[in-house]
Design a protein. Sequence first.
Lengths: 192, 274
Amino acid sequence: MEENRITHLTGLIVIGGSAGSLDVILRVLPLLKTTMQVPVIIVLHRKISEENILTELLTAKTNLPVKEVEDGDVLVGGTIYIAPADYHLLLEKQGGLSLDASEKINYSRPSIDVTFESAAEAFGKKLTAIILSGANADGSAGMKIVKQHGGICLAQNPATASAAYMPQYAINHVAVDSILNADEIAAYINAQ
Amino acid sequence: MENTYIHDHEIDILLNDVVSLYGYDFSEYARASLGRRINRLFALDKFPSFAEFRYKIRTDADYFSRFVEEITVNVTEMFRDPSFYKALREEVLPVLATHPFIRIWHAGCSTGEEVFSMAILLQEANLLHKSLLYATDINPKVLEKLRTGMFPLSQMKQYSENYIASGGKEDFSKYYTANYERARFDASLSKSIIVSTHNLVSDRSFNEFQLIVCRNVLIYFDRPLKDKAFVLFDESLEKLGFLALGSKENLKFSPVAHKFRQLDNKQKIWRKIE
Ligand SMILES: C[S@@+](CC[C@H](N)C(=O)[O-])C[C@H]1O[C@@H](n2cnc3c(N)ncnc32)[C@H](O)[C@@H]1O
């Protein structure tokens, strides 16, 4: 049964962010319709001490189910998944989620590159990768792979990001499909 | 790009070689992370083609041991997740204390930071003298490090903070002596540790334990292999024994779940009830 799951999903959205991106996510979540069909995965750089607070914070902003990923979870449409602190989050081809506590990448665990890359391999054209505010280059290498697999890449408008480096770096290095502000990101997700 | 990437079907070929030549079966590891590790090694060692990578693994046993070392993830810490160790101190050790003799199995212990942390807990509960800690891993290289009883001195500040957060009341530095770049842990701790290779994929139960600790190992296995490991742990646990998993792991969906009850403390510790 698990084998078929992934084909039932019309798409997947993975959002990556670092410094300053929590504000954007807190603005996007309340705008998401509860009829959302796709799963959304959020990969945020943060301190481990902020661990549980993050899931609680996001849960309070939406009526959609929010879940911090545990090993063995399988993607379900209309659910928001949070990559747990101190683990990389990867997508299996069958739609399973797996965790990996290996070395930090770009000084980060979870690393946005790792999730973008494995999501690209598992979901190909059905994937949208979104990069938000941050002061780190994480995410751009992953976005290149998303593009190679035919997926869509979006960047937060650096002018609206409290740390412009990360989205700007992606824009400079990857042929992103659109540059959006928070409202437009929400509208994009709602249209999936 | 093409020739710097190992594809899924090539990974299958490699894993077939590895199991038939060396007897290690990685075919049921979670593929996304395994594929990433294999590709990482391929890039790191700058192989010009898949064929050359494959040839090296097939023909060079030393390189194969590097392969095992690099595709398994060995990252570990002392008192990793301090609240877990706090729960062990408060809820598990008092039960273990009632046994005349305590056997603990650390499956997938890597370089042993977790095992030494446990030895410290037992020492502080005055139980170490009647305990044996079995430290096992698939990878002989990490076990060699464990046997030295030494960890990088640069980590001690972090470990000492973890130790205090886990409820430790002593001066953490009393457990080791600084030796150049290394902290050598007290022989009174390592005395109770038995080290051996053990492969959770292919090796069987070898004793009965009151506590099995297997943290951040099963996350690398796919569902059927996780389930096999859970059955092995069930077979290796005494009735009323404890099973401790990593902070993002769960026994919930396993075939032995009904035989276990999770402790009420939100930590990933289960007790075998039947
Ligand atoms: C991330 S470390 C976990 C270390 C420690 N338990 C912790 O949580 O900090 C994972 C360990 O599992 C070991 N491992 C992987 N596959 C294994 C297998 N089939 N049997 C036994 N150990 C295995 C690896 O060699 C590695 O040392």
